[in-house]
Design a protein around this ligand. Structure first.
Ligand code: R5P
Length: 282
């Protein structure tokens, strides 16, 4: 098995290679003067090839397509997309819109595709090959266990993220709940946990991704008013667009914890062991 780290997932790919004791292929990435991307795998890839590349940007996606093509002579190609961009565009909201997630999935030619906490499981149905989605939430729970938190409570920002909170809470050994938004008047909303009280407790808000930070920052400010002692934010995918981190810290967050599906300064938890374990089973 040869591990090929795409430009967006070089660190994660090297961690997976180390964990599996496999070769990490030497690759070259550069940009032509007209801004097109040049990709080259400098090692032999006639055996099983594992391409690891998140696709947060269009150029990351383009790099993935080129890497797959460069592996055409490999016996098998396994594509790991730790964070899959466009996965939130999984429905047609207005006439004339594409299902962007489907458009992306249909371009990936591989023997197996592995994703990590993909935004919607239904997106996996659009790939033309076998797919596996792995759940990194227990790794976040394990990390939280090491922090010295006081009477902690784990909160999903909405009902849709409750499964992630539940599986992290199982490992963490804490209570969990989800937040509910109530409209009090034309311009006032209240965000509170559905069942639990946060007064005097440390709180961790856990979502699949933090993009602009808007969803979580609003909740943090309100939880502080409701008496939460310290508020942490955790997510699987730290997309962190624009000034998301500033927004979070400005709202009173103590720390932001994420995985390395996207390689950011807050990526304190590695999903390498999960990916390695999944690859062993293929
Ligand atoms: C939404 O369904 C997702 O699970 C996240 O809650 C959302 O994408 C976060 O976006 P933002 O950080 O921009 O509020």
């Amino acid at each position: 098995m040869k591990i090929i780290g795409g430009p967006a997932s070089q660190l994660l790919a090297s961690r997976v290679a180390k964990s599996l004791d496999c070769d990490l292929a030497l690759c070259e990435y550069k940009t032509f003067p007209d801004n097109e991307m040049y990709v080259r795998i400098l090692d032999d890839v006639s055996q099983d090839a594992v391409i690891i590349q998140s696709t947060a940007t269009d150029s990351d996606f383009m790099a993935l397509l080129q890497l797959i093509d460069a592996c055409s002579s490999a016996e098998k190609v396994h594509v790991i997309i730790p964070y899959m961009g466009y996965a939130r565009q999984d429905k047609q909201f207005k006439p004339g819109e594409p299902l962007s997630a489907r458009a992306v999935a249909r371009t990936i030619m591989a023997d197996n595709v592995v994703t990590v906490n993909i935004h919607e499981n239904s997106v996996l149905d659009h790939f033309y090959c076998n797919t596996i989605d792995i759940n990194a939430a227990p790794l976040i729970g394990k990390y939280l266990k090491e922090l010295d938190l006081n009477s902690p409570v784990l909160l999903a920002p909405d009902k849709g993220a409750i499964d992630i909170a539940a599986s992290a809470a199982l490992e963490f050994g804490a209570e969990y709940d989800h937040l509910e938004k109530k409209r009090l008047s034309g311009d006032t909303v209240q965000i509170t946990p559905k069942n639990l009280d946060v007064a005097g407790r440390d709180v961790v808000i856990l979502d699949d991704m933090v993009a602009t930070g808007g969803t979580v920052a609003e909740a943090v400010s309100m939880l502080k008013v409701q008496g939460a002692t310290r508020v942490y934010v955790a997510c699987i995918h730290p997309v962190l667009a624009g000034s998301a981190l500033i927004k979070l810290y400005h709202s009173g967050v103590v720390d932001v914890i994420a995985t390395d599906t996207l390689e950011k300064a807050v990526s304190k938890v590695s999903v390498a062991s999960l990916i390695a374990h999944t690859l062993k089973g293929l």
